[in-house]
Design a protein around this ligand. Structure first.
Ligand code: S3P
Length: 258
């Protein structure tokens, strides 16, 4: 064997050890999940993740390949989170609620916590149609936009492990609700009309509120839609006066559809 082949063989042997070590590590993750379930410990513990990063920092302090190894460790953490998420959530997490309840913010944080894929329905429709939501409403009308939503929901049902931030009006069609409920667990986020007004008052992106940007109108529309939201939801979480981490922990602690 020439020298190059010898080095390649040595590297192949390294890969075998890495595969075996990763298998062992993932087995540990499964054991941790089983332990946490049996003992009622929260599945996701950000403080433990921070401690682990501190340990790695110390272990890699003088390592010549520190940056590269850290990069691989990041991927490893992501894989571990995916393993954990799969034991928790079988389908998708469908976030619903009125405009401004915090669906987008919650979905960003949840995806980070669970290493799931993030889908923003409004953004998907905007990208597909090549125009903004107010432009879609103005050019094609609301019914066309609602058809885009229904079609997208059916598309999304084909995949799992996604956190879907649904447009505020998807619950208006009963057939959408049926698709969402088949797609995964439906989480309703709620907030007071005052908080909602505070969060959306400067937005020009929501045609339904253009010209109606005031608390009484928001309250009226919320009340009209409330029964639809509540009927669609498996889980309800309020987002008033609560920090994002506590909101996501409440969502994660919810009973999930299997
Ligand atoms: C709508 C909510 C909006 C957007 C469209 C219509 C609604 O989404 O889909 O403006 O009918 O409530 P957000 O709830 O994400 O703002």
């Amino acid at each position: 064997m020439n020298q190059l082949e010898e080095i390649r063989a040595q590297m192949g042997a390294c890969d075998d050890r890495i595969i075996a070590a990763l298998e062992e590590r993932m087995g540990c993750i499964e054991e941790i999940i089983a332990f946490k379930r049996e003992n009622g410990v929260p599945i996701f513990q950000p403080e433990q993740e921070a401690r682990q990063r501190g340990d790695w920092d110390a272990k890699l302090a003088d390592n010549a390949y520190r940056g590269e190894i850290e990069h691989i460790f990041e991927a490893m953490v992501k894989s571990s989170k995916r393993i954990q998420s799969k034991t928790l959530v079988q389908g998708n997490i469908m976030l619903i609620g009125f405009m401004g309840v915090g669906k987008s913010t919650v979905s960003t944080y949840l995806c980070e916590m669970l290493a799931m894929d993030r889908v923003e329905m409004d953004a998907e429709i905007v990208a597909k149609e090549g125009m903004s939501i107010p432009e879609i409403f103005a050019t094609h009308g609301e019914a066309y936009f609602r058809n885009c939503e229904s079609n997208l929901l059916i598309e999304l049902q084909k995949k799992s492990q996604q956190v879907v931030s649904c447009g505020g009006g998807v619950v208006l069609r009963p057939e959408n609700v049926a698709v969402m409920r088949q797609s995964g667990t439906v989480v309703l986020l709620t907030a007071s009309p005052e908080s909602i007004y505070d969060r959306v008052k400067d937005s020009t992106d929501r045609p339904l509120l253009n010209g109606n940007m005031n608390i009484p109108y928001i309250e009226k529309l919320m009340e009209e839609r409330r029964p639809r939201y509540e009927a669609a939801a498996d889980v309800v979480v309020n987002t008033d006066d609560t920090d994002i981490q506590s909101i996501c922990e409440k969502i994660i602690a919810a009973p999930w559809k299997k």
